[in-house]
Design a protein around this ligand. Sequence first.
Ligand code: GLC
Ligand code: CA
Length: 555
Amino acid sequence: MVKKWWKEAVIYQIYPRSFMDSNGDGIGDLKGITGRLDYLKYLGIDVIWLSPVYQSPNDDNGYDISDYQAIMDEFGTMEDFDEMLAEAHKRNIRIVMDLVVNHTSDEHRWFVESRKSKENPYRDYYIWREGKEDGTAPNNWGACFGGSAWEYDEETKMYYLHMFSKKQPDLNWDNPKVRREVFDMMTWWCEKGIDGFRMDVISMISKTKEMPDGEVQGFYGNANPYCVNGPKVHDYLQEMNEKVLSKYDIMTVGETAGVTTELAKQYAGEDTRELNMVFQFEHVESDGKYGKWTDEKVPLPVLKKIMSRWQTELYEKAWNSLFWDNHDQPRAVSRFGDDRPEYREVSAKMLATCLHMMQGTPYIYQGEELGMTNYPFRSMQDFRDIESVNAYREWCESGHVSHEAFWPCLTAKSRDNARTPMQWDDTENAGFSKGTPWIGVNPNYKEINARTETEDKNSVFHYYKKLIGLRKQYPVIVYGKYELLLEDSKELFVYTRVLEGEKLLTVCSFSDKEVEFTVPEEFVGTDCIISNRENAYEGKMVTLEPYEAFVLYRR
Ligand code: GLC
Ligand code: CA
């Protein structure tokens, strides 16, 4: 397999609004990030994925961009950005920018022009359609944050398409001028010296010409067959690669909702000249009672099956990202582990082991390295996220589901779980801000915070630091071939990795009870390179403690 720096890297995602506030306005900012680079260096990560920092009216916290070449006022200035980039580079940390080009903000100059008249030169930058004869929307498609995907505009009496909020109109990628504008903007950032792009919902940029009603699911028609993995998405990515990406030593990761392993081989194939890797969601989207909302855990065999399929099918053909959570998902330990006080640390370490020994580029979402947990929401007032707020209105206030039934599902899955402030220390507001944070701080910050954990060698933080170190030390972790063992076990996730005579065995218990395990013959008596239990295993028959994890290595 071809060696690449980005296959060997570990990435850390920063959600700037919630990372570190340097000036006391309650909102994280760029100077705050610069001030914490030494912490990230100490953790050992190689790359930062920076969620959007561009000018934005913040309908969707920066994923609605009104100027791609300016910094959001609340986050600082372009000088602050340049300083952050230079300071990161001094520490050998690369910075990957979030590229949100499926849509812009409705306050972007292009859209302000576009909506003015049908003849405006920017009209065709967006997707406009006439309503039906009775004046209703062109079709029944629903938007990802609820409601119709079409918004009527008084000015020209037509509808525009928005797959997310109505303040996020979709760009028309079929217009070559749009592509040129986007590629020029990307080039401008590359020339500045940034190290790559994480491409927001990039699998959605090409839509079918025909836009028929979708199959009704929930309240609206499903637009995905017409908008996800559309007819020209690969042409556009190849064009982007040729005109921009291939000219720089950067890394690219595509947020590819709805991608299959087959399609991933095209998006992120070894020689397809599109993207370096996909960031896909099959393992975090296999649940849901009311749309995506649920309080149920995915059964382990289901999870194993999905994750293993991505491991084996992409082997030597394409590259995947590894993650349990990000800014759109609940906290990993609360969702896949066990956040009860007695199990939080051990299960957070187990999850980390399970993921970091797989093939792909690992992503750590801010606070995950501390084992940060979901937020104890008390009322709707605690929510900030447009998706959560809209979902409550659509499912509950409309009378479809009772509050009692919906509330546990909403609180378990809300994106706001990931967006509470980073917990730096046990001082007020967890050391995140001297002002009033824009969103509540998790009250458990006195126990769970970076200062306590960096000082404690047995912490979740130090465990992540060790895992990152192992990836640098053992090529088998990056390049080895994966094989799942004990496929049907409901408690254990066990797999091997093999590379030219080197072999790893990863054993993870997802159970809160003791589980018996027999070490395969060839691993009996071999080296244990990491374990989340104090007295490392010995012998052939092992009684695993709740959430125990360990990795054995042999030549
Ligand atoms: C992506 C982002 C998410 C955002 C959406 C619309 O899924 O990760 O946060 O709301 O795209 O841009
Ligand atoms: Ca601030």
